[in-house]
Each structure stands twice: as C-alpha cells, then as structure tokens.
Design a protein around this ligand. Structure first.
Ligand SMILES: *Cc1c(COP(=O)(O)O)cnc(C)c1O
Length: 424
C-alpha cells in the first residue's frame, strides 16, 4: 500500500498519520454504509415501481413531446422524495437555476420571501436582489426579509415569528452551511422549523435548498413538510454521472408553476427534449447513495485529520452529518492554496493544474477552486473551494470513491507539510 502512495508523492509520514486517524473512525463507516444500503433500496424500489426500462434511455430532440424517459424519471424522483410531483431536467442548468426557478415561479409582485436561517448561499443574493442584479426578484417587486440564526447556530424562533407578516408567501430554508461555518441542519431540525412556520401561517410555501444533502440521511426535507425540495444534479443525486441538470420535487401546484416558469406559460412540463442524457441521469441516481457514502467517509476523514492538527473543522470530528461538506478553517490564503493544490494533484483529470484564486460570477470575493472533474464544476466529484476571506475556510466535498477521497485528503496534507504550513 505505502509504495503505491509513495509513487504518487505521499510521504511515509503523511501516510502513517492518515492510517492512525483511520483506525479510530472506522466504526463510523459502518453506519454510513447502512444508510447507503437503505437509500439504495429506496432508489431501486422507485425505479421498479415506475417500470424503468431500456426505452427510457432513448434520446429525444425538438419539443420532446411524450418523452417517456424524462416523464418516468420525474416520477422516480417524486417517489424517492415522496412528493406529488417532480421537475427533473437537463434544461435546469445548475442548482442556482433550480432555486431561482422555484422562487420566481411561486412569488408574485407584492409577495415577500423570508429566509429564517440567515443569509442564503452567495449566488442567491443576486437572485433575490440582496446584491443589485438585473432580473432579480427585487426588480419584480418581491421583497425579502431574513431572520439571523442565534449565536449558537440554532433557529431564532422569536425573530422568525416577528418576521412573518401578511406579505410572507415563501420561506426558503438552506439545509447546508454553504460558504459559512454555521452548522448544517438535520432533516429533523428542518421539519421542526417548517412546523413552526406553518403554525403561524399555514399557507406559506416552504422551500428547502437541499444542495449537498441528498441521501446523507434516510429521509429528505420533503418527508418533513417541505413544499419544494430543490437541488443540483452535478451534486449528490447525479451520482457523478449526470452531465447537467437540476430537480424540484414538491406539491403538484408548486412544481407545475416551476415548469411554466422554466419553459413557458401554457407549455410547462410537456416540452423539453432529453437530448440523450437519460442513461446518465438514471444511472447516476442509481449510484448516488453509495457515492454519497464515499463522500461522507472522506469528509469525516478530513475532519479528523485537520482537527488533530489543531484547525477548527465544521462539522467537528465526531458530530453527526447532514450534508457532505467539510469546512476546514485554515486561517490563511497560503494554506488554502496548498490544500487546494493537493486536492487538484490527486485528481484523475487536470492533475497538473495549480489552482489560483480568481473572481467568479455570483460571488463577491475571489474564490479558489480545486477540481479535476469529469463533469465541469461537478462538486460530487472530489473538490475543494472557498472564498478568499476570513476565516480562510476551505470547503471540501465529494469523492466518487472513498479511495480517491482518501488520496486527495492525504495529498492536501502532503502539500501543507511540504510548505511547512502544518506541524505534526
Ligand atoms: C451549490 C449550491 C447552490 C448553487 O448551486 P450551483 O449548482 O453552484 O448553481 C445553492 N445552494 C447551496 C447550499 C449549494 O451548495
């Protein structure tokens, strides 16, 4: 074992440090495997119930009327998420697009959007109009309010109650921490928040940004009252194979509106050719539970390594997991660069590239990204990124296989070690 790692540039010291850490976290891997088994059965069950067949993999073009593969996939998603309807399309270009579609389809001028979990993900700032942007919800007369989380990262129920008013139409709840170091919420916590919101205003639409959360637990936000559960196919549910796409699972009414917003009023879900990507969307979904398990193992391995070295890690080395992201507060841009260099150097694709911070559309500070991915920007594949700003946290996620996640983390440590940026 050591030899093959040495040939890739991992020193004995780094390798042995990793093995020592691994010994103590192995028991947690069993629990992760059990969840993967459960979710694998859930996915297979939904595919069987909807009679997925080879015909579903046929490509369609043009308007895409009567697209069996597309329509069946949407039924499969609806069954997995236990929702009335689902919109799952390659025409949804990314997670932000899925979220923007869900919001703009269900908010009308004069309505108010509330985030009860503090500031949402960076790219949504422009969707909402928190940062000026053309075509933002704000431009269309949709107002926005937020309730900050409490100091300890829990919901501030008093502030939320105060923020809900006669205009409040939709509540957006981001499950994952995003580029923050707040905790990620469990599905159970999200359920409690939704119940609270609905006890004050029963007809409010609750949407959950489920990015990075799919299949980490045995239930999804749609199992605890979310009217719309939204995410990206180049994250968890695409299983690394989906080349593009997003999903919105939810009530018939909400999803129908999303379909009209995505295509055109009157057209809705009836149009949208699948362009030949169906095999990847089905097969990726099939693989997703075990891919998510690999990513989770990597996240826990990274947390334990970097916590042992004295860095703050979120979640910490022993906490339960509700998404696949691991934040490591490295405290300097130098360390962020070395960490990302290691992740990049361990990749199967573009391993020779050296990541550098640069401006990114939708983000207000320079961002560094390491990813040697088969699908461009896919962050279910092993990747690390983070905005170059306090507290200089790198967000590490993905790994289509546990073995690759492990190699990437060891390589990140190797690069930090070589530059004398860590001591162990
Ligand atoms: C990734 C992500 C998004 C946006 O998805 P993109 O595909 O990058 O547009 C939104 N919210 C959260 C929490 C995310 O992790």
């Amino acid at each position: 074992m050591e030899n093959i790692f040495t040939s890739l540039g991992i020193s004995d010291k780094v390798f042995e440090f990793g093995e020592k850490i691994l010994e103590r976290i192995k028991p947690r891997f069993e629990e992760i495997d059990k969840t993967a088994e459960y979710n694998q059965a859930k996915v297979i069950g939904a595919m069987q119930k909807n009679r997925v067949s080879a015909t579903c993999f046929a490509g369609t073009t043009g308007y895409g009327y009567d697209d069996l593969g597309r329509d069946t996939l949407e039924k499969v998603y609806a069954d997995i998420f236990h929702t009335e309807a689902a919109l799952v399309r390659p025409q949804i270009t990314c997670g932000t697009h899925a979220l923007a579609t869900a919001l703009s389809a269900n908010l009308l001028p004069g309505d108010e959007l509330l985030s009860p979990v503090g500031r949402p993900y960076d790219t949504l700032e422009e969707v909402i109009g928190i940062r000026e942007s053309k075509c933002s919800l704000k431009e269309y007369g949709v107002t926005y309010r937020e309730a900050e989380l409490k100091e300890d990262g829990t919901f501030d129920y008093d502030a939320i109650r105060e923020a809900i008013n006669e205009k409040t139409k939709l509540v957006t709840i981001q499950r994952s921490k995003g580029y923050k170091t707040r905790p990620t919420f469990s599905v159970k916590q999200i359920g409690e928040l939704i119940s609270f919101v609905k006890s004050i205003k029963p007809d409010v639409i609750c949407m959950v940004d489920n990015c990075y959360g799919e299949f980490v637990e045995r239930i999804e936000p749609s199992d605890v009252g979310a009217d719309m559960t939204v995410g990206s196919l180049i994250k968890n549910p695409g299983g690394g194979l989906a080349p593009v796409g997003g999903y919105i699972c939810g009530t018939k009414e909400a999803v129908e509106r999303c379909a009209y917003r995505l295509s055109a009023p009157g057209l809705g879900q009836e149009v949208g050719a699948n362009l030949g990507v169906m095999t990847s969307l089905y097969e990726g979904l099939f693989l997703s539970p075990t891919v998510v398990a690999s990513a989770l193992k990597g996240a826990i391995f990274a947390a334990n390594i970097y916590e042992e070295l004295g860095f703050k890690v979120v979640p910490n080395s022993t906490e339960s997991r509700h998404d696949i992201i691991q934040a490591v507060e490295l405290g300097s841009a130098e360390r962020m660069k070395a960490f990302c260099h290691g992740i990049q150097a361990a990749a199967p694709v573009d391993s020779f590239a050296i990541p550098e911070p640069s401006p990114m559309p939708g983000y207000d500070s320079d961002v560094i990204m390491a990813a040697g991915a088969f699908v461009q920007g896919s962050s279910i594949e092993l990747s690390a990124d983070g905005p170059i700003r306090e507290p200089y946290a790198v967000y590490f996620q993905g790994g289509l296989t546990w073995a690759h996640a492990k190699l990437g983390i060891l390589m990140s440590l190797q690069k930090l070690h070589e530059k004398n940026l860590v001591e162990f």
